[in-house]
Design a protein around this ligand. Sequence first.
Ligand SMILES: [Zn+2]
Length: 111
Amino acid sequence: MTLARRPVKRRRALADLVDDAVLRALATPSNLRLGREIVARGEVEFVDFGRFRVVARVGGGQWRTFELKSMPAGLRWKCTCTGRRERLCKHGVATGLAVRRRTRRKVAAKT
Ligand SMILES: [Zn+2]
């Protein structure tokens, strides 16, 4: 049974992973700024929104599809843009920020 073989390390909810320090470590300053601008313009539309995986359509010029996942080893992502894979693109920054916003709204009592 696969259940018995589950890894000990548990996945963390995406909203807990994408804090400012993580975004700053993964993205360039210019992509951080562009990502914030995309969120400010409301150009993030979630296609799928789960605790460990989200898929979003993200604007900022051309619309791209961004997938963000929480894995036992940490964040994994995929974007349809041509940005470098090992750095988070502006679509990824925008998606991360939008995940936090949406989650914060749901759990308003938490600080
Ligand atoms: Zn991208």
